[in-house]
Design a protein around this ligand. Structure first.
Ligand SMILES: Cc1cc2nc3c(=O)[nH]c(=O)nc-3n(C[C@H](O)[C@H](O)[C@H](O)COP(=O)(O)OP(=O)(O)OC[C@H]3O[C@@H](n4cnc5c(N)ncnc54)[C@H](O)[C@@H]3O)c2cc1C
Length: 726
């Protein structure tokens, strides 16, 4: 009651402005309902026959044998793939080269939001900045479009803003209502206010003290790497020659017969998998290399000024129980003024911040400092019943945002809030800045410039409303057919449908038979994730060339749980070796390279450093006694260490079967000096780290505790009946 009164009071204070906001917002909603006007509705808008996906070899041949393309795009992130799709669907002969894998750069390392940016709107209003307002409005339109053209890969997500001070309620409420209003017909769902008790019902882990209530608004969320891939593959199906692992080494130039000036006319490329070099010729070359924008600009003109001001953002992944399944959280003002997101994603929880300045590298590494900053912020707004443990960080990554200054602007120091399309003197078109959500609009602007510069005789962009691969025949209940027709597990079927859309049937068709009564097909890569072996084979059709491509962008295992990804690696490498005829040496290289990737880029290093040779043991004497007792249940002979045989013996006595390889892995995690044994001090170090929350989910710690409990409960069995055993 008091809460309602307060809202009413606030609404009165807000007066006319608020009424206008609400009135207009509701009017927009009303109009939308009346006209049944989803302002964006995807269609199959033109009659180009979609091709089967050509193999990578065919694509390479096409890149090398074509005398001249109209457009060559450099960079296979969201922006480059978007440009290729825009160009090819206008009827331009299009090529795209990516030096690593599609989406291996920033585009797979985002917060996964499809959004207009509530905080940008706040800035637009506070600073009365029309440019910023336009940017939010356009992004909200693109948000609606992306949700429509790839419904399998994206969805609307409610996001909660917890309110801890009464004055924040009207302030944020007006802001969020304006966000709905600016979206207009593209508003996903109307925002609403929650009382304290309702907020806690939706988000039980929230810090209760001082909580006043919450505001919930909607944005989109997606699987960024898969979305990027879907854009690139759609371009390929429309006829673009695209290839990953092809790096541009130099730009080709020729003298323009009319102006006499040197003009960019293609690129010298290298197939990074074979070392083979070749030239790709094109009338127009587009630089869509994200953080590497200036490297390409300098290939064109050594003296050109840098325009990219890279800025890094780190994300961590925590178990799903940290957030409700379908409610995100945004803290717009953290302790140091950054914004923090806390979002459910792929049944896990992502937490991440906005950016800090960085150097440019193709392999950014999340720092322990950033990881701890995020953990501390998370602690601030979760209930103290929820122990936020360092050991619960399952993966972490860093991404580099390619912020740019506009080279044609007078103020070359100020970072452009929008994207920039720039044509150099020699005709190289650079597209940079912007954000994931607006990739399509950025691509449209870029190809418009290309069309104008080269007088291509083609019409306007056709990508608004154009379904991406997998989206057209997808429906929310499609997964049921996968269960019923193929005998897949429910969870696997749902995962396939939401990853491949209507192409999920192609994956189901090649799924291996399990040999079990149920599920009939679909052998998992690791038990706790719904990824199946068939996805490795299918991933190769989708141009996966390395084990890293499979663990990080075809599946998202590396982004969800580095340990699970490491566990799946040997199987993935074996499956790839079969398909791609890898020799033993290549298999070894792949394993090493993928393990290195997990170690440095996906936070495994930080995770494993939580337990090191010099980790301090800080346990109470009583705990030390307790853990020694547990250790000696395994080390019966009091040797001072335990081996695989000791663990196997105890497990067998309590009817737990475990294969030797798994046991070896389990012990290896704790065997800090790598002598093949777990010594007492190593075990105590582990237990100390577990107590401090630095390590969680240690299989050895859990197994030993379970064994102790089981053996304890059996102690009532008389010695004569237990054959004098343990
Ligand atoms: C931490 C973080 C969170 C973000 N969250 C969001 C979000 O939630 N929502 C949102 O809308 N936006 C978000 N963004 C912004 C968004 O991710 C980026 O704007 C977008 O992904 C940039 O895409 P891109 O294609 O320009 O760059 P990239 O994805 O980096 O692609 C550039 C590609 O060019 C390739 N390349 C470079 N040099 C060469 C060469 N010589 N030859 C061939 N290829 C080359 C690279 O390998 C790379 O794959 C976020 C950004 C960051 C950093």
């Amino acid at each position: 009651m008091a809460f309602q009164k307060a809202i009413r009071g606030t609404a009165l204070v807000g007066g006319g402005a608020l009424a206008t906001v609400l009135g207009l917002s509701h009017f927009a909603q009303y109009r939308r309902k009346q006209a049944n006007l989803a302002s964006v509705q995807a269609v199959d808008c033109f009659n180009i026959q979609l091709k089967e996906l050509p193999s990578r070899e065919t694509q390479l041949t096409s890149l090398q044998s074509n005398t001249e393309f109209d457009i060559l795009v450099i960079g296979g992130g969201a922006t480059g793939a978007g440009c290729a799709l825009d160009a090819v669907t206008r009827g331009l002969r299009t090529a795209l080269v990516e030096r690593d894998d599609f989406s291996s750069g920033t585009s797979s390392r985002s917060t996964k939001l499809i959004h207009g940016g509530v905080r940008y709107l706040q800035k637009a209003i506070v600073n009365l900045d029309y440019e910023q307002y336009r940017m939010v409005k356009d992004a909200l339109h693109e948000r609606a479009n992306l949700l429509e053209i790839a419904p399998h890969l994206s969805h609307a997500l409610p996001i909660m803003l917890p309110i801890y001070k009464w004055w924040q309620l009207p302030y944020y409420w007006i802001g969020i209502k304006l966000y709905d209003l600016v979206a207009g017909a593209n508003c996903l769902k109307s925002s609403y206010v929650l009382s304290k008790s309702r907020a806690l019902e939706h988000f039980p882990m929230l810090q209760k003290d001082k909580l006043v209530g919450a505001i919930v608004y909607y944005d989109g969320q997606h699987n960024d790497a898969r979305m990027n891939l879907a854009i690139a593959l759609t371009a390929a199906r429309y006829g673009a020659a695209i290839a990953n692992y092809v790096e541009v080494k130099n730009l080709l130039k020729r003298k323009d017969p009319v102006s006499g000036k040197l003009q960019v006319c293609g690129a010298r490329c290298m197939d990074m998998l074979t070392g083979c070099e070749f030239e790709v010729r094109a009338k127009c070359v587009i630089n869509a290399t994200g953080p590497f924008t200036d490297t390409l600009r300098k290939m064109d003109n050594q003296c050109t000024e840098n325009i990219c001001q890279p800025s890094a953002g780190v994300h961590i992944v925590m178990p799903g129980y940290y957030s409700p399944e379908n409610m995100g959280l945004l803290d717009p003002a953290t302790s140091d003024g950054r914004v923090i997101f806390f979002l459910p994603w792929e049944k896990m929880t992502i937490a991440g911040t906005t950016d800090s300045p960085t150097d440019i590298t193709p392999h950014p590494i999340p720092s322990e400092e950033d990881i701890n900053f995020i953990l501390n912020e998370v602690r601030n707004y979760l209930s103290c019943d929820v122990e936020v443990r360092r050991g619960d960080v399952l993966a972490a990554w860093s991404g580099i945002r390619p912020l740019v200054t506009d080279p044609s602007s007078k103020d070359t120091q100020s970072i452009s809030r929008n994207h920039v399309v720039d044509t150099s003197d020699s005709g190289l078109i650079t597209i940079a800045g912007g954000k994931w959500t607006t990739y399509r609009a950025m691509a449209e602007d870029t190809i418009d410039v290309a069309v104008k510069n080269h007088n291509f005789k083609v019409g306007p962009s056709r990508t608004a409303n154009l379904f991406l691969q997998g989206g057209k025949e997808w429906s929310p209940t499609m997964y049921i057919r996968l269960v019923q027709d193929y005998g897949l597990e429910n969870e696997v079927a749902q995962h396939l449908a939401s990853t491949y859309g209507d192409k999920a049937f192609e994956v189901a068709k090649i799924a291996s038979v399990t040999g079990k009564r149920w599920p009939i097909v679909g052998i998992r890569l690791v038990s706790e994730f719904p990824y199946i072996e068939a996805e490795v084979k299918y991933g190769i059709k989708e141009y996966a060339c390395t084990a890293v491509d499979i663990i990080s962008r075809r599946t998202r295992l590396a982004f969800l749980n580095v340990q699970a990804a490491e566990e799946a690696l040997p199987k993935i490498v074996d499956l790839m070796a079969k398909e791609l005829n890898w020799c033993e040496e290549r298999k070894k290289e792949e394993l090493e390279c993928a393990t290195r990737f997990l170690y440095y880029e996906m936070g495994y290093k930080s995770r494993s450093e939580q337990l090191t040779d010099c980790s301090e043991i800080s346990l109470q004497p009583s705990d030390i006694e307790r853990y020694k007792k547990r250790f000696h249940m395994f080390d019966k002979e009091q040797k001072g260490f335990i081996t695989i045989i000791d663990v196997q013996r105890v497990l067998e006595s309590i009817d737990i079967q475990m294969d030797e390889n798994t046991l070896h892995e389990i012990l290896n995690e704790v065997d800090l000096n790598k002598n093949g044994l777990v010594e007492l001090h190593e075990f105590l170090q582990l237990m100390s780290a577990v107590q401090k929350g630095m390590v969680s989910g240690s299989r050895l710690a859990i197994l030993m505790k379970t064994a102790e409990e089981n053996l304890g409960s059996r102690s009532s069995i008389p010695v004569d009946r237990s054959c004098g055993g343990l």
